[in-house]
Structures are given as C-alpha cells and as structure tokens.
Design a protein around this ligand. Structure first.
Ligand code: GLU
Ligand code: ZN
Length: 314
C-alpha cells in the first residue's frame, strides 16, 4: 500500500478565510490519521487573479495555524508545460476542438434555445457552435501555441473537450462506467462508489483563452505527479470530480480516493467567499472573516482550531 498523501491546494486570489482553515486542517488531520504526508500546493495558473501578497498570506496563515508541509511547494504557474503536454495528448487523441465563441455570442445563442440545460454549477451547457461537424475535425491549430494574452497577437481559441467522443473512448478504455471512491460526502450525502456523469458538464473548456490551460487539467496532472492518494476538498467541487475522473481515465493517470467535506458557511448559510470579507472580527459572521483579521483581532490559532473541531493535537 502506498503511503497516504493529502493536499491543500488554494488559489492565491484572495486572503484565506475560516473555510480555508477548515479545509487545510481537515487535509492535514487525514494525513496524520493515515500516517501519511500533507502537502501544500499553490494553484496559481490564473495569472489574471493571482497576487504575490495572497501567496505570502497563505504561508503566513497556515504557519500560524500550526501546519507543516514538505518543501519545495509546487507552484502551478511554474509547470505550465506539464499541463500543455496533457492538452496536446488529448488533442492528439482527437478529443479537443478550438472554440472562439465570446460570452456574448453564447448568451445570445442560448437565450434562443427553449429549456436549454445547465451544468451542475448552473451555467448553460455549451451549445456546440464550434464542435467539428465531420470526422476530419479541424486542422492546423494546436493547443498551447502561446499562453494567454500577448500584446499584438490575436487571443488564442479556447480548447473544448468533445464530451461524446471522450466518453466513448473512456468507456472503451475502461470497459465499464466511470466511477470514483468517495470517502467523504457529496452535497446530497453521496458516499461510497459514485457513478461519475461528466456529460452533465457538456463540452468543458480544458484550455482557457486567457491563460492557456484550465483548473481541471492542472489539478489532475498535479494530483498524479505528486502521488496524492486522497483528494480532500470542499463539497463545492464534488460534481467536478466527474470531469477529473474522465481525464484520469483518458490520460491513464492513477485514481485517488476523494474525501469531500462540508463547507463552512456564514451566519446566513451562504458559501464563504474570500473576496466577501473585510476584517470583521469575531463578533459578526465569524466564518466569513479572513484569518488575518482574526489574528489581528487577537484570536489564537488554538481558539480557531477548537472552533473548527480540531482542538486536540493527535
Ligand atoms: N484551487 C482550488 C480552489 O482553491 C481547489 C482545488 C482542489 O482542491 O481540487 O478552489
Ligand atoms: Zn465556440
């Protein structure tokens, strides 16, 4: 049996809040319980939103919480080539096509389609405008020609997964349905063997126009490269796991177990958002508060750990 490896993988586009603290403590605790290793990974491929002070903040906050992790820490922005290689592999398998639809065009098209379905996040499914009509598909372009926006160059296309083709190939490879092992719980209490239904997401974007790759690609490549055995994260990513499993099958990557955990919500039961909160100390809406604000308001890490149910060092 491989040694257990868990990870906390924040995106440095805001200050960490109490929900992140819960997620990080959850991941570290699981590693500890399994006698394994807890990793920190910085998911900073989105250069349009990443800020250096938020990276600093992540290190400060997690250290303050008392967490430790091996170095060097993997920064996704330094590994764009690995994600591009995966995109090129999928492209070589005939599973990607370029899409130049603007948001406006998509909005207008979808508004004409009565009863058009939405993905699990509530966004309308891609109506297939750029999907190749024949087997020859498209010619002449490849993903990752350049990363994102370069002055004087036209914006590259997005690259979408041809979901029908991808599912057909995956079921040939697997000889069965795509599933994952859920050791935690989905938002509807789902646990155990989960039947993955990636088709609910339609032709998802795997290569973003602005930054070249997408979260879905980077996360499966890194979880595989880093030998992550237990993917711990919030229930907001439960349904996206279907896409991740599909990519793992197509790219022949190992299959981790998934451990989705509850989201810490604010007083009104809303999902916490990093950008939502400005230093509101302990008196109001605690979970929506940044860790930095709590620290500056005098809260100790031990107090916060206790509040979140991680009081005892085991
Ligand atoms: N970077 C993602 C986020 O901050 C988490 C990715 C994951 O845990 O799979 O939402
Ligand atoms: Zn398109």
């Amino acid at each position: 049996m491989n040694k257990a490896i868990t990870r906390f993988a924040p995106s440095p586009n805001g200050l960490l809040h109490v929900g992140h603290a819960f997620s990080a403590l959850f991941s570290a605790r699981l590693a500890q319980d399994l006698g394994g290793t807890f990793l920190l990974r910085i998911e900073d491929i989105d250069t349009t939103r990443t800020r250096r002070e938020f990276v600093r903040g992540i290190f400060d906050d997690l250290q303050w919480l008392g967490l430790r992790w091996p170095r060097p820490v993997r920064f996704q922005s330094r590994h764009m080539d690995a994600y591009c290689k995966a995109l090129k592999t999928l492209h070589g398998m005939g599973l990607l096509y370029p899409c130049t639809c603007t948001r406006k065009r998509l909005r207008e098209t979808v508004s004409h389609l009565a009863g058009h379905s939405a993905d699990p996040d509530g966004a309308p499914l891609y109506p297939g405008l750029c999907r190749p009509r024949d087997e020859k598909g498209h010619t002449g372009q490849t993903p990752c020609r350049h990363h994102g926006i370069e002055p004087g160059k036209p914006l590259p296309p997005a690259w979408r997964l041809d979901m029908d083709k991808a599912l057909a190939l995956a079921s040939r490879k697997l000889g069965g349905d795509i599933a994952w092992r859920e050791l935690g719980h989905g938002p509807g209490g789902e646990t155990g063997t989960i039947h993955a239904d990636p088709a609910r997401w339609g032709d998802v974007i795997l290569g973003r126009r602005d930054i070249g790759v997408s979260y879905h690609v980077a996360v499966v490549i890194d979880d595989a490269l880093q030998g992550v055995t237990h993917v711990t994260r919030g229930q907001d990513l439960f349904h996206a796991t279907a896409i991740h499993r599909l990519l793992q099958v197509l790219l022949e990557l190992p299959q981790p177990a998934y451990v989705h955990h509850r989201l810490i919500t604010d007083a009104e039961g809303r999902k916490l958002s990093k950008s939502l909160n400005n230093a509101v100390p302990a008196t109001a809406g605690l979970p929506a508060t940044t860790l930095k604000a709590l620290r500056e308001a005098g809260m100790t890490a031990a107090q916060l750990r206790a509040l979140l149910g991680f009081a005892t060092e085991r």
